[in-house]
Design a protein around this ligand. Structure first.
Ligand code: PEP
Ligand code: MN
Length: 342
């Protein structure tokens, strides 16, 4: 149930309603919007209904949230969109943000060269995995803590906020030392204990859609994080498994407008892992921007032919500036605001 407070409701009235919601064992999630404050009452709906809050001081009206995900639902934010501020870079709402960098942190030189190249071209955040989910246990698994140290150095050198993946809650404290956004990989999308930890981590979270996950399952994953009080959640379409084998995954472009209808959370697209082929990354990025994506997360490498992993899909760092200019033109046509390079 969503309790919409009156525009002139006082903080005391908001607190009193939240306390009454909690008195019946439900959780009260207070979201202060631009005009109105709403309180999400998550728990036994019959108990909440018994409170008869409709006439309580400061309450305007109540709206039942019909979907299984509540805090992630667009009904919950009443048409407002979540905008996440990551070190001054805005993700969501009117903004278009690009996260770029190598698949994995493989060496100091590769990471720093890429970081400077993507920054100069206008990317807002730097990506790079220190812990890598690999299909084969014999493949390179990432540099781990050494990779995190290099990411910290790249952040220091460029000022770019860092997006990096955590695969195991045991590494979370180390990852939190450097990550400005914690990435939850596609293969962990339904790791509910990890999602709950991320909900308590106090850092923005980027959740990648599972290889075979429905949009509802993706939104339920987001709900796990939101439920713990972390409101900074962004979603990422990264291709799903279909019968087609000509490319790595099938980029589900329709997920973009549909997710944006279902949820207030920012929706990003990863064209690199979807395609698995560099030649498709440009067109799929333009298509994602045209479909209303809030941004992209894209792999870039100074010498992809020598990359330790995902070489065939990584853009050449030298080509990244031209690529980004085209994407940003389309994003602007789609009504987005593009940040100037800093
Ligand atoms: C990645 O972005 O580094 C990655 C491994 O992606 P995904 O989890 O979508 O496969
Ligand atoms: Mn990769």
């Amino acid at each position: 149930m969503m309790i919409v407070m009156k525009e002139q409701a006082t903080p005391d009235e908001v607190r009193a309603v939240a306390r009454r919601v909690e008195s019946v064992g439900a959780r009260a999630h207070v979201v202060v919007g631009e005009l109105q404050t709403v309180i999400g009452a998550i728990g036994d709906q019959e108990h909440v209904a018994d409170l008869e809050l409709e006439g309580a001081p400061g309450v305007d009206h109540m709206v039942p949230i019909s979907r299984p995900y509540k805090l992630a639902s667009s009904q919950f934010r009443h048409g407002e969109r979540t905008v996440i501020d990551v070190g001054g870079r805005k993700i969501g709402g009117p903004h278009f943000a690009t996260i770029a960098g190598p698949c994995t942190v493989e060496s100091r030189d590769v990471l720093l060269d890429t970081a400077h190249a993507v920054k100069d071209a206008g990317a807002q955040l730097l990506r790079g995995g220190a812990y890598k989910p690999r299909t084969s246990p014999y493949s390179f698994q990432g540099l781990g803590e050494e990779g995190l140290r290099l990411l910290a150095e790249a952040k220091e050198a460029t000022g770019l906020p860092i997006v990096t993946e955590v695969m195991d809650a045991r590494d979370l404290d180390a990852v939190l030392e450097v990550a400005d956004v914690i990435q939850l990989g596609a293969r962990n999308m339904q790791n509910y204990t990890l999602l709950t930890e991320l909900g308590r981590a106090g850092r923005p979270v980027l959740i990648k859609r599972g290889l075979s996950a429905t949009l509802e399952e993706l939104l339920m994953a987001a709900e796990y994080v939101l439920k713990e009080g972390n409101t900074d959640v962004m979603l990422c379409e990264r291709g799903i498994r279909t019968f087609e084998t000509a490319y790595r995954f099938t980029l589900d472009l329709m997920a973009i407008p549909v997710l944006k209808e279902l949820t207030h959370l920012p929706v990003l697209v990863d064209p690199s892992h979807a395609a698995g082929r560099r030649d498709l990354v440009g067109s799929m990025s333009l298509a994602a921007a045209a479909a209303g994506a809030d941004g992209l997360i894209v792999e870039v490498h100074p010498d992809p032919d020598r990359a330790i992993c995902d070489g065939p899909q990584q853009l050449h760092a030298d080509d990244f500036g031209d690529y980004l200019r085209q994407v940003e033109r389309v994003a602007e046509i789609a009504g987005k605001r593009v940040a100037a390079a800093v």
